[in-house]
Design a protein around this ligand. Structure first.
Ligand SMILES: NC(=O)C[C@H](N)C(=O)O
Length: 181
C-alpha cells in the first residue's frame, strides 16, 4: 500500500485548474499504484487555496478475490469522500469492513461534529476494529488544512506536503520532515 497526502496552497481558482487538480491526483495515484510492485492501493487527498477539496483512491483489490468482486475503493463514502464544507479522505484496508461502516463518510462525520482530524480517524478506525475486527488506514485533510494519517494495519507508507515541508513515514513514530525542493 502506498498513500500520499497533498495540501496545495498555491493553486489558482479557475475551474480549469480545479479539473486539473482532480485529474492530477487521480493520475498520480494510478501511477504510484502501478509503479508499486504489489499493485496495491494508493490514495490522495488535496485542498487548494480556494477551499476546494478532492480525493482519489485506486486499488488492485485483495489477494485471491472472487471474480467480479467490487471492493470499497470505487464506492463513495467507503473508499473516499470529499465535501468542501468538511474535508477530503481516502481509505485503504479490508474492503468488506470498510463498506460496512462507510469508513470515509463516518470519519468525516466525526470531523463535522467537531473532532480533530486525528481524533476522528482514531475513532472510526477503532470502531471498525472493535465491531468487525477490520483493519485499515485513512488519510484526510479538513477544510481548514489540518491533515492526519492513521492506520491499524502493521504499517502504511505515506507522505504529506504543506507550507514548503514534506512529511513522510511508514511505521508508527518514524515521521521524517524535509523542505520541499
Ligand atoms: N488494500 C486495499 O486497500 C484493498 C481494498 N480496500 C479492497 O478491499 O479492495
Amino acid at each position: 500500500m502506498m498513500f500520499l497526502v497533498c495540501c496545495w496552497g498555491h493553486l489558482s481558482s479557475s475551474a480549469c485548474h480545479l479539473l486539473f487538480n482532480y485529474l492530477f491526483i487521480y493520475c498520480l495515484s494510478v501511477c504510484l499504484s502501478v509503479l508499486g510492485r504489489n499493485l496495491g492501493t494508493v490514495g490522495a487527498v488535496a485542498l487548494d487555496c480556494c477551499g476546494n477539496v478532492a480525493y482519489a483512491t485506486s486499488t488492485g483489490g485483495t489477494s485471491n478475490k472472487m471474480v467480479g468482486r467490487v471492493g470499497d475503493s470505487p464506492c463513495v463514502g467507503s473508499g473516499g469522500y470529499a465535501d468542501n464544507d468538511i474535508g477530503a479522505i481516502s481509505t485503504t484496508g479490508h474492503g468488506e469492513s470498510i463498506l460496512k461502516v462507510n469508513l470515509a463518510r463516518l470519519t468525516l462525520f466525526h470531523v463535522e461534529q467537531g473532532m480533530s482530524v486525528e481524533e476522528a480517524a482514531d475513532k472510526s478506525l477503532g470502531y471498525m476494529k472493535s465491531r468487525l475486527n477490520g483493519i485499515g488506514g485513512v488519510i484526510l485533510v479538513s477544510k481548514a488544512g489540518n491533515w492526519a494519517v492513521k492506520w491499524t494495519s502493521a504499517s502504511m507508507p505515506w507522505a504529506a506536503a504543506k507550507d514548503g515541508k514534506v512529511h513522510c513515514g511508514i511505521d508508527l513514530h518514524d515521521t521524517t520532515i524535509t523542505n520541499l525542493p
